[in-house]
Design a protein around this ligand. Structure first.
Ligand SMILES: Cc1ncc(COP(=O)(O)O)c(C=O)c1O
Length: 429
């Protein structure tokens, strides 16, 4: 699941090779030490594949990519937004997502935030019984018409095993997320009391799960859903499967695909496709990770204890999981010369160091790579999700600009400006 040195492939798709060459020709690196580059056609194709195969309402998890122009692209593709905080809710609204397609999932929604979300008509997934009490108090002041228009669900924790990444497993018995399925009777009472509870939500985690772990957790929640529907006259009509489709970081291939996932669900949970429920999903990484790369100038090279070391601008500032959770999140890299042409051969053991001032800020450790010279480039693959959103201020390194490369016209366009020193100082002022 997570990139593993021995299974690494050193493929590099044509769009990536073309985009770096073009960026060098256009002088983009004269003004920028490093950039992010997206292929939006790839994203559009993935969004279409998800929508065509899964039907229902597909949303993108804003936490993975809260970049205004990228969210606008998601809207054009028909996606809604899953938001995990009030900040994400506000930026999703600003991007133009319709409130009825915004799913508010935070585990710590305050009364003020809930009032706002209920008033604008977001879909809300309740995380715990105390949050439910607050919502019940707010809703009790609403007119019947407003109450009837609400769509809320309960996040049910199916209390299953962790995936390969325990840190990202949210459906384990002791998880902080959602209401454990062990509280079945109280869950049923909550639906009985509140007719506006029309959905169920489940998300067992991100990355590190096979699709059959996701579906078997969903089967558990579906059994409870059917029990509630038998008792309460088919009250539940929204079934939210969350996100969590794992991304292959080992090669350029996307697997599993949304088509694989949809076919699997159709065989295990046909109820999701027969009209009884509106199926909602909230994918993040699987939409965006493979559509974006980071390209950094190699500022310096050196040799230390016989190890070749190249220093680049993208390390713990941008790839925080890769650096702080080494070796769980290894990323593939490709080296390009000063003209943006891919380098091959004469590989030697190399470290690529990040720019931050601590020893562990090493992006790539002990990897066989072609010799790297000062002024060349490293491309880091599969960086389109959870990189810019998790950007770290540590050492006050400036976040890079984001560009898109159009495969047909070969045009590069700026979609987000790089951070300025002034903006950074402002954050700390
Ligand atoms: C509730 C919820 N939905 C969706 C996602 C998106 O997950 P992924 O990016 O793995 O698809 C997350 C990730 O943390 C989440 O917590």
């Amino acid at each position: 699941m997570i990139a593993n040195e021995s299974s690494f492939s050193y493929d590099c798709l044509d769009w990536k090779k073309e985009s770096i060459k073009k960026a060098v020709e256009e002088g983009i690196f004269k003004e920028n030490d490093y950039v992010m580059m997206y292929n939006l056609d790839e994203f559009r194709a993935l969004a279409k594949e998800a929508c065509d195969n899964l039907k229902g309402l597909q949303t993108m998890a804003v936490k993975c990519n809260p970049v205004m122009n990228l969210m606008k692209e998601a809207i054009k593709c028909g996606l809604g937004a899953e938001v995990a905080s009030f900040g994400e809710l506000k930026i999703a609204e600003r991007a133009g997502f319709e409130p009825s397609k915004i799913i508010f999932d935070s585990p710590i929604k305050t009364r003020r935030e809930l009032e706002y979300a209920l008033n604008i008509g977001c879909v809300i997934n309740v995380d715990n019984f105390e949050e439910l009490e607050t919502i019940e108090e707010i809703v009790s002041t609403f007119t019947q018409e407003k109450k009837d228009s609400l769509v809320l669900g309960i996040r049910i924790n199916p209390q299953v095993d962790a995936g390969t990444l325990t840190d990202l497993s949210t459906g384990v018995p002791t998880s902080k997320f959602g209401i454990g399925i062990q509280h079945k009777d109280k869950i049923i009472d909550a639906y009985r009391r509140n007719k506006w509870l029309k959905g169920v939500h489940i998300h067992i985690g991100s990355q590190g799960f096979e699709i059959d772990s996701i579906s078997s957790a969903a089967v558990k929640v579906m059994e409870l859903t059917k029990e509630i529907n038998t008792l309460l006259n088919k009250q539940i009509t929204f079934f939210n499967m969350g996100g969590g489709l794992s991304v292959n970081f080992d090669t350029e291939q996307s697997k599993p695909t949304f088509t694989d996932y949809a076919n699997h669900l159709k065989s295990i949970l046909p109820e999701l496709f027969n009209g009884d429920f509106l199926l909602i999903t909230e994918f993040g990484r699987s939409y965006w990770a493979k559509c974006g790369v980071v390209i950094s100038n190699i500022e310096y090279t050196k040799s230390s204890g016989d190890r070749a070391i190249a220093v680049c601008h993208s390390g713990a500032n941008m790839h925080i999981r890769t650096v702080y959770q080494f070796p769980l999140w290894k990323l593939r890299v490709t080296i390009f010369d000063k003209n943006g042409i891919r380098k091959h051969g004469d590989e030697r053991m190399t470290d690529i160091a990040g720019p931050c001032c601590f020893a562990a800020d090493v992006l790539v450790k002990e990897r066989m790579l072609p010799p790297i010279l000062r002024g060349e480039y490293v491309m880091v693959h599969d960086c389109g999700a959870y990189m810019i959103s998790a950007y770290s201020h540590y050492n006050l390194r400036l976040a890079p600009p984001i560009y898109s490369f159009d495969v047909n016209t070969k045009k590069i366009e700026l979609i987000k400006k790089g951070e300025t020193i002034e903006e950074k100082i402002q954050f700390f002022s």
